[in-house]
Design a protein around this ligand. Sequence first.
Ligand code: ADP
Ligand code: MG
Ligand code: MG
Length: 346
Amino acid sequence: MKQVIGIVFGGKSGEHDVSLMSASNVIDVMDKSKYDVVKIGISRTGEWMMYNGDTKRIAADTWQQDEKNLIKGFSIFDHPIIKNVDVFFPILHGPNGEDGTVQGLFKLLGKPFVGCGVLASSVGMDKVYSKILFEHAGIPIGDYTSLQRGDWKTSEEDSIVEIEKKLQYPFFVKPANMGSSVGISKVHNRQEAIEGIKEAFKYDSKLILEKAINCREVECAVLGNESPIASILGEIVPSQEFYDYKAKYIDGDKSALIIPANLDESTTQQIREYAVKAFKCVNGRGLSRVDFFVDKDTGDVLINEINTLPGFTNISMYPKLWEATGISYVELIERIISLAIDEFNS
Ligand code: ADP
Ligand code: MG
Ligand code: MG
């Protein structure tokens, strides 16, 4: 019996384009003798549609013009094609995709779905809550503080003085819930800090401010449910001062991915151990990519963040790390689908 996989792609998010690339790569390589694919697209404005046309049009972002192959205005709870889906596979990034919202919908639909559940997804998306959990689990984190929009509005002057007491310049200002480096800036003085804070508040009502680490960036892929495994490590060498949106997606080919990362054995093992610990402490399921900083000055390892739905194109770090560890892209997709079913039945 073939399994029906509902691939959900696109989304009302800054990472819409990455999602289209990931989804079309995944659909292309899935073994059609094992799986039937239902393509469920979400437009940039948040409209859900089923798409029955050529997958190439997803990558080219012209699928929404292919009107005759679109089904719109259906109820996700009642449509027979949706009811027939065996496993949902969200290939969405950022808010409304990676943050537990869509995972909650799959739960309400009573179907298995790929990846982390509601709690792990929302905690993983929130850089403040995830840091609290990492620290609690004994994983080293850098110095940080958080800032609520309400407190900032009441007194910018008091807030900035408080922040300066806790962090020295330069530091990073980030929306607490975001991805793809959207809304993030590295600030070197009070004026830049005020600008960075105002910019970041456009994306979230809560910010995280972090001491800037002079670091190498190392990533580890995690796979599994209750007994997850860690991949070999990869290093990112950004083309810009930090791995900002431009370095990730516009000049992507200028940033280097080095696999395996050139680190000594004990640092490597330490990071792999922390990656599994991080996955477990947020109650991760299926897959996550856990990102670390290795301080260039001290050699210390600090966790940066967990990404519960990492980029999944055939050249993204997550699949490449597994490929280098011995699990091919095709096999990886099959594994995360079967992990979703295991989790549902457990
Ligand atoms: P996102 O979830 O958007 O990827 P990150 O927290 O990973 O956000 O920040 C994006 C990039 O900014 C990182 O990959 C790194 O290059 C840089 N960066 C973020 N925080 C720090 C920090 N505390 N010290 C040094 N670089 C940082
Ligand atoms: Mg992230
Ligand atoms: Mg990141």
